[in-house]
Design a protein around this ligand. Structure first.
Ligand code: ZN
Length: 282
């Protein structure tokens, strides 16, 4: 809603939510009145450059997802960051981990390139790192990328670090229980971060991010709980369409737990650990 499509990257629409423009506006107001307009311009430029890095970060997620066969509906920019809307999140831990880690990996690469570029550049441009405005700009951009990596590694589900955390938990616990633990850890971290932002840093953005993490964690937990319940009731959900279409494979519409849920030669059993129906037999 109220977003503007900027264009397409690798076929993925890039949208900017209207609230995004509050960010440069806020930077100008807070910096321009306190210091000078040139400092404000420097910071607005930095914010815009940072958002180019945010787009590249989201593109990292989207292209990793594409490699695993998951489509991305769009990449949207908000004042607190970007969101790549994947059509689904793979339940396989290794796949979720690969998609989550691809975003911060992009920022590691950007920071490393800026750092090396500045070190190399300072050999040719004296004072690049100490008294050069372009050098200062690129140095700050590098620090912002490092900050973005650190922030994204916080295990606050559903931020990237939280997704990696859930992927780790899913190995021993299974998808549903891992989501429960990760979502509650994410919720506690969001509340703690929000309180820290308000009372210690007096930073409204941390509160916004905390609210976003809190509601996103609870929403995704609800979705996973709902899907787990639906799967129990409607085993057809997990079946590939080609199998459903095959007339000789006809599981009962209301299978029971255990191997008694049979008809013909196919046995469907409820896998409590992984929360899906498993087909055994022919
Ligand atoms: Zn990310």
């Amino acid at each position: 809603m109220f977003s503007w499509t900027l264009g397409r990257l690798f076929g993925i629409p890039l949208r900017i939510h209207w609230t995004f423009w509050l960010l440069p506006f806020w930077v100008i107001l807070s910096q321009g009145t306190l210091f000078s307009w040139s400092i404000a311009a420097f910071h607005v430029g930095l914010v815009l450059a940072m958002f180019v890095c945010v787009v590249l970060h989201e593109l990292g997620h989207a292209l990793a997802a594409r490699a695993l066969g998951v489509r991305t509906r769009d990449i949207a920019l908000y004042p607190i960051g970007g969101v790549a809307s994947l059509e689904r999140i793979p339940e396989k831990p290794s796949e979720e981990f690969a998609i989550a880690v691809a975003g911060p990996a992009v920022n590691v690469a950007i920071a490393a390139m800026l750092f090396l570029g500045l070190q190399l550049g300072s050999l040719f441009v004296p004072g690049l790192l100490t008294e050069n405005i372009a050098g200062a700009f690129l140095w700050m951009l590098m620090l912002l990328n490092v900050g973005m990596v650190l922030f994204n590694l916080v295990p606050a589900f559903p931020l990237d670090g939280g997704r990696m955390f859930r992927a780790f938990l899913a190995w021993p616990l299974g998808h549903l229980r891992a989501t429960r633990v990760a979502a509650w850890v994410g919720t506690v971290l969001a509340i703690a971060g929000g309180l820290f932002g308000v009372f210690y840093l007096q930073n409204p953005f941390l509160l916004l991010i905390a609210f976003f993490v809190f509601s996103a964690a609870q929403q995704e937990l609800l979705a996973v709980e709902y899907r787990a319940r639906a799967r129990r009731m409607f085993p057809f959900m997990d079946m590939p369409l080609t199998e459903v279409a095959q007339p000789e494979v006809s599981p009962t519409p209301f299978p029971q737990d255990g191997p008694s849920a049979t008809r013909g030669t196919t046995v469907w059993t409820w896998d409590e650990e992984n929360q899906h129906w498993r087909r055994q037999g022919a």
